[in-house]
Design a protein around this ligand. Structure first.
Ligand code: AMP
Ligand code: MN
Ligand code: MN
Ligand code: MN
Length: 276
């Protein structure tokens, strides 16, 4: 059976490898069908597609959209998008504009917490002002010696309730799914196990996602325990959603799960690639 990895990042968002390098790594690690899914950005897809053609693997054009649902930030992976579609391109541009404003406010908040120069610092790690993620701030705080590791920066500064966290309204769920479908893509709820909701909240999220036209959920993700993989396979069946899998790879030294390092989907689910 071909090996699928349908979630990963390059330097066009907060990954550490260029689009060509991340594709080469995926191919070398035995991935047969690979999707690049940078946060809110499609700028790396042309380079990645060319590299995938060179390596002889199947390329799926993707993105990971930042979305607000109720009081939570959730991520929706788009797969198989037409990158020339203006509806999606405009939607992503709107998300990125908000991202840049949020990053400025994060830098202000960090300055108040005794960490000056965080905007300039984060920019050293970002490839463009259009895509600044919390990850870039985290890498800077580690480099500047404020905190020992990226994980620790998130815990101490960058999650809700901590001094560098800035609440932000991303795209609405219905709008994001509309853009993805306008571009001919499938919408996949990313790493559902990461969202801080109780059982009722998760069922509400899955129902809203399905009712808004969502296609699939990530059943296999390094964010999930084995028990969660089983749980989300069951949710996929109950809610009539397809199942996806992705390493969410960000780069050497930062991601424990490497490209292609995923088990087979559990039995009883319909894979998101069923109709490809
Ligand atoms: P942003 O979209 O700018 O809010 O940044 C989200 C990104 O931060 C995610 O895609 C991950 O790459 C990274 N991230 C989120 N939480 C953590 C964490 N606890 N430890 C390390 N990286 C994280
Ligand atoms: Mn990321
Ligand atoms: Mn994500
Ligand atoms: Mn991701």
């Amino acid at each position: 059976m071909p090996r699928y990895d349908l979630h990963s990042h390059s330097t066009c968002s907060d990954g550490l490898l260029s689009p060509a390098a991340v594709v080469a790594r995926a191919a070398a690690r035995g991935v047969d069908v690979y999707a690049l899914t940078d946060h809110d950005e499609t700028g790396g897809l042309a380079e990645a597609r060319a590299a995938a053609d060179d390596a002889g693997i199947t390329f799926i054009a993707g993105a990971e959209l930042s979305v607000s649902w109720e009081s939570l930030t959730i991520h929706v992976v788009a797969l198989g998008i037409d990158t020339g579609n203006a509806v999606l391109a405009d939607g992503l541009a709107t998300i990125r504009a908000g991202r840049t404003l949020r990053a400025r406010r994060m830098a202000d908040a960090l300055a108040l917490a005794g960490i000056p120069g965080a905007w300039e610092g984060a920019m050293k790690f970002a490839s463009s002002e259009r895509l600044v993620a919390r990850t870039h701030f985290a890498r800077y705080l580690v480099e500047a010696g404020h905190v020992a590791s990226v994980k620790e920066v998130f815990k101490r500064y960058l999650v809700q309730g901590k001094p560098g966290y800035v609440a932000h309204e991303w795209a609405r769920l219905g709008a994001a799914l509309g853009w993805i479908h306008a571009a001919g893509g499938q919408a996949v709820l990313a790493h559902p196990g990461r969202y801080k909701v109780n059982g009722g909240g998760m069922r509400r999220l899955l129902a809203d996602f399905r009712d808004a036209g969502g296609d699939a959920i990530e059943v296999l993700s390094p964010s999930h325990t084995r028990a969660q993989c089983t749980e989300f396979a069951r949710h996929a069946r109950v809610f009539g959603l397809l199942a996806s899998c992705g390493s969410d790879y960000h780069g050497p030294g930062e991601s424990w799960t490497d490209l292609g390092d995923l088990p087979d989907l559990p039995a009883g689910v319909v894979p998101v690639w069923n109709g490809w």
